[in-house]
Design a protein around this ligand. Sequence first.
Ligand SMILES: [Zn+2]
Length: 318
Amino acid sequence: MNSRGTAVAKSTDVYLCFDLGGTKLRGALITAQGKILAQSTAAVRQEEGYPGLIDLFKKVAGELPKTPKFKLVSVASAGPLHPEKGVLLDPTNFFTDKKSWGVLNLVASLKKIFKKPVLLENDAAAAVLAEKWKGGHGKTGNILAMTLGTGVGVGILANGELVRAGRGLHPEASHIPLNLDNKDYPCGCGAYGCIEAYLGGNHFSQRLGRLKGRPLTGQEAVKLAEHGDVWVQEAFKEYGRHLALAIRTLSVLFAPEVVVISGGFSHASELFVQETNAFLPALMERYREGVDLLPKIKVSKLQDDAGILGAAYNALKK
Ligand SMILES: [Zn+2]
């Protein structure tokens, strides 16, 4: 036991980790060294509601080997959620018959199934912990992770510590508005012009589809750009400039040395990150003397493992 009265991790420990997103649940057995021993994934069936989700945790865990035995359960999940209370706070991704699911005590439900301690963390917070652990960013304790997927997640490490908002909550930085008046950018949170409204994959492809006059997925947009559609290429460049504006705001607030982008959109980074790098220095001009706040932008090498590795790191540190 350590001074906080919690058990100290052993090098032979194994954790049952989950990454819960709006569309899928991934489970994995992960060692204290961050090695993924086995994993399984299943689609979330929103029409089955919360009981269906709990059954899915059982199903995914049931597909993993029975040995080695895991010491505890650690979940990284899309928010909003309360990590210390272990509850999901009316998650924005989950709806059944157009009704949201309300406040759900996920940790209590999973303790009943697995009969082990259960940890819950915001997936973007988990991602930045994974970057600190396995991201290859050297000794820096100042990292900001942006997950650019269907939505946008922001996890912040400052002075080596995970940054929390008041009341033990995760800071929902992707809902900082870049332009509150721009009604072309509605956000899932009910406001307009949030970072997520500009940079979330869903929003980006819907907007592109409206302008093109037909529905378009993010992957189709990437293909069009790669095949020389100048108009779509320009839309990605504009995305890069919006990303620069978001990074400017977050850098002034949290002073990261490194901004790491991950998630589905990061796979198409060559279409926009050059524009971000070209645009950002001018936006930060007044923040470069004394302490130079211009961060280095990197694409995560952890790819889709950032969330689930972060869940393992969270378990390791408890
Ligand atoms: Zn918002």
